[in-house]
Design a protein around this ligand. Structure first.
Ligand code: PGA
Length: 256
């Protein structure tokens, strides 16, 4: 990472885990485990039903909260969906969009991801736009083409002001929840390619200011090495974000 240009961001994706009570306990423990003013921005993404309790439990700490998904329409006959204005109303600052689990298990397309990212920005929040290749794509040498096409599609149509806010998370699908991590060099190569695309399409100032997180089995033992890469500006953490000590250790690794 380059802290002169980009403040590191460490986000915990709690996925479908934890009751309201468990979520508030985790936030309280995390607030204790973190320094009062961490170098990195710290974000947690609980399930929708725990968002307001997490907001209250995190009040006065450095921990911001995020949603894991959103629907692009603001309101209407869309049974079961949650919109960006409702998340903003709960004080969310970030929303994860296009996570590979959404794409693979719930059929989200690049077009859906683009609409979600635009809706999040329209409601005054920041999307964390996920991208990443499957093992088959990696083995076929298609990693960069696939990832760059996902990123390009997600950002198409955004204004310059909105583009400058977006956070990107590169998460190779084969590394998510598997204990297999991309090597720092392999991850850096993809991060560099993403920044290259941003520079080519939107200019170097915008590319230099955009935070690109790595995700996929980030743990206290590998976080520092990954985030030491020049184009890795933080982490999107699943499993290791479910315990305060391991998540705080990853945040600490971003301080260095
Ligand atoms: P993991 O998940 O850290 O458990 O691999 C990362 C993610 O899905 O964001």
């Amino acid at each position: 990472m380059n802290p002169a240009l980009r403040r590191p961001l460490v986000a915990g994706n709690w996925k479908l885990h934890k009751t309201v009570g468990e979520s508030t306990e985790l936030v309280a423990a995390l607030a204790k485990a973190l320094p009062a003013e961490p170098t990195a921005e710290v974000v947690v993404a609980p399930v929708f039903t725990a968002l307001s309790a997490v907001r209250d439990a995190a009040a006065g700490s450095a921990i911001a909260h995020a949603a894991q998904d959103v629907y692009w329409e603001a309101s209407g006959a869309f049974t079961g969906e949650v919109s960006a204005p409702l998340l903003s109303d709960l004080g969310c600052s970030y929303v994860i969009v296009g996570h590979s689990e959404r794409r693979q298990l719930f059929g989200e397309s690049d077009e859906h991801v683009a609409r979600k990212a635009a809706a999040v920005l329209g409601a005054g929040m920041v999307p964390i736009v996920c991208c990443g290749e499957s093992l088959e794509q990696r083995e076929a040498g298609e990693t960069e083409a696939h990832v760059l096409s996902q990123v390009g599609a997600a950002l198409a149509g955004l204004s310059e002001g909105d583009l400058a806010k977006v956070v990107i998370a590169y998460e190779p699908i084969w590394a998510i929840g598997t204990g297999r991590t991309a090597s720092p060099d392999d991850a850096q190569q993809v991060h560099g390619a993403i920044r290259g695309l941003l520079s080519e399409r939107f200019g170097s100032a915008l590319a230099d200011g955009t935070r690109i997180l790595y995700g996929g089995s980030v743990k206290p033992g590998n976080a520092a090495e990954l985030m030491a890469q020049p184009d890795i500006d933080g982490a999107l953490v699943g499993g290791a974000s479910l315990e305060s000590d391991s998540f705080a250790a990853i945040v600490a690794a971003a301080q260095a």
